[in-house]
Write a protein that binds this ligand. Structure first.
Ligand SMILES: Cc1cc2nc3c(=O)[nH]c(=O)nc-3n(C[C@H](O)[C@H](O)[C@H](O)COP(=O)(O)OP(=O)(O)OC[C@H]3O[C@@H](n4cnc5c(N)ncnc54)[C@H](O)[C@@H]3O)c2cc1C
Length: 473
């Protein structure tokens, strides 16, 4: 008996949707019975990932590096022939700072992601007061949590390491990555490893020390925990695009509605066209997926609509090196929420990575906005650029006009894994059982980093292929 043609629609052409479509295409190569459509609202693929060339500066519009510890992104780069394009962040300048009343303090060496893993450097660093350091060190003796309530990042870290370590070290690093509010972020959704360490080793500091030793071999492969691509992360998008094979790429088209008709999914596109599909991967932000699932699966749609997003922005600026009085001898700095500014961080892009600025120039990116202090439409472009310029004038001594300044806005870009997030995901999964053939992927669910998104796209593709095998023709 011959199989009928199966069409899969992938909605959203960011890194997640591209990876999913690429995996489907690999599986479907030579199979005339599989058709794949990738529908992307904007005119270009890549979503949050895009690289621009401005006056000989190489400027990342969104992310600029990804973690080596999570293997999916490096494996995908190797598979796509980009292995020799991978570049580590500059190992000689591997240090970051935290700002306190406009002054920069070096973060203690041995900060394992966002928590100090070594006590020695913590004691020498000027970030915490003596009392704050002693309280952080006493973490080794803090008893395990025995309550039932889900803890926020803030509650967990304050309980174990003390208020100062939370405010000055962990909040700007861990919550800053999410542009989030630690009082709202769920520890189990954002950094479950910290809870595991408490449970298994009785202490986060002890757990991190052991984990750091275990990771030593991994680290040797790359001298720093983050890598990028020589020509910017756009290279990854370009390579995926070139390898989409049988995928029909439909950019500049929005999926505006979806319904189910006798087991078939019917998508309505912004040009009036309809596409019918056996299965679909929604690689869109959860609020967009919620809209599309409104009639197909109302309970899943309702839960998806509860995942909050935060809007923020970044201002990229080029300066002549001689016009910046502070040495940019690190990767940049983070700004704690308790400093009460909308500046979240300042990345020294040309110190972190090679070839980001022409000789004699530097490139910095100032990130603005976080949960509770969001960037919104009432703030003009000029006002945001001015905020960033004031910041670099005060902290870096860059008082001349920049060679260029470019604002990037990220509306509704940062998913917030708030308290109850894991329960919401479980409810969404349960609700989706009623609509087989519908798969979700992307940064809204189980990790927002590039490797997380790649893993999520790959999983959605393999679940889709498994589903298609089981569909009776
Ligand atoms: C400023 C910033 C800096 C970051 N820095 C880093 C970093 O350094 N390292 C790191 O690992 N991660 C970083 N991240 C996170 C990471 O970039 C994102 O989580 C990831 O790129 C999201 O990919 P995605 O494909 O899931 O979503 P997106 O990139 O958002 O893609 C979703 C796509 O769906 C499309 N779409 C939406 N609705 C529809 C519709 N109805 N029909 C058709 N198409 C639709 C959108 O146009 C978009 O292209 C950063 C994020 C931001 C915002």
């Amino acid at each position: 008996m011959s199989r009928s043609v199966h069409r899969v629609v992938v909605v959203g052409g960011g890194i997640t949707g591209l990876t999913a479509a690429y995996r489907l295409a690999q599986a479907g190569a030579g199979d005339a019975k599989l058709e794949i459509d990738l529908v992307e609202r904007s005119d270009r693929l890549g979503g949050k990932i895009f690289t621009e060339h401005i006056d000989n500066f190489l400027v990342e519009g969104g992310p600029d590096t990804f973690l080596t510890r999570k293997p999916e992104a490096i494996a995908l780069c190797n598979e796509l022939g980009l292995g020799d394009r991978l570049i580590p962040t500059n190992p000689a300048l591997r240090r970051s700072f935290v700002s306190r009343r406009g002054k920069l303090h070096q973060l203690p060496e041995g900060m394992s992601g966002f928590v100090p893993s070594k006590l020695g450097p913590l004691f020498w660093s000027g970030v915490l007061s003596l009392g704050g350091k002693l309280r952080a060190a006493s973490e080794l003796f803090v008893p395990r949590y025995t309550g039932d309530a889900e803890e926020s990042v803030a509650a967990f870290v304050r309980r174990r390491l003390g208020r100062e370590a939370y405010d000055r070290l962990v909040e700007p690093l861990l919550c800053g990555i999410h542009a989030g509010d630690g009082e709202q972020l769920s520890l189990l959704a954002v950094a479950p490893i910290l809870r595991d360490m408490e449970e298994e080793k009785g202490s986060v500091l002890r757990g991190l020390r052991l984990a750091t030793k275990a990771a030593a071999d991994e680290v040797k492969k790359f001298p720093t925990p983050f890598v990028s691509l020589a020509g910017g992360l756009q290279e990854l998008i370009g390579a995926l695009e070139r390898n989409l094979g049988i995928v029909r790429v439909r950019t500049g088209l929005q999926a505006i509605a979806a319904r189910r008709n006798e087991g078939t999914l019917v998508f309505q596109l912004s040009n009036g066209e309809e596409i019918r599909a056996t299965a679909a991967i929604f690689a869109t932000p959860s609020f967009a997926t919620a809209d599309l699932l409104q009639t197909i699966n109302p309970p899943a749609s309702r839960e998806l609509g509860k995942i909050r997003f935060v809007s923020n922005a970044a201002v990229a600026m080029g300066f002549r090196t001689r016009d910046v009085t502070r040495a940019l001898n690190g990767y940049g700095y983070v700004v704690p929420r308790c400093e009460n500014t909308m500046v979240l961080a300042c990345s020294w892009a040309s110190s972190k990575l090679p070839n980001r600025a022409p000789d004699g120039n530097v490139l910095v990116r100032v990130f603005l906005g976080r949960d509770g202090q969001e960037v919104d439409d009432t703030q003009s472009d000029d006002a945001l650029i001015q905020t960033a310029r004031n910041e670099v004038r005060t902290v870096l001594g860059a008082s001349t006009d920049p060679v260029f300044a470019r604002l990037f806005r990220y509306p509704q870009a940062m998913p917030q894994y708030t308290l109850g997030h894991l329960d919401r995901l479980a409810q969404i999964d349960r609700a989706l059982e009623a609509t087989p053939g519908v798969f979700l992927a992307g940064n809204s669910y189980r990790g927002a980093g590039i490797p997380d998104c790649i893993r999520s796209g790959q999983q959605a593709a393999s679940n889709t292929l498994r589903y298609l095998e089981g569909v009776i023709d």
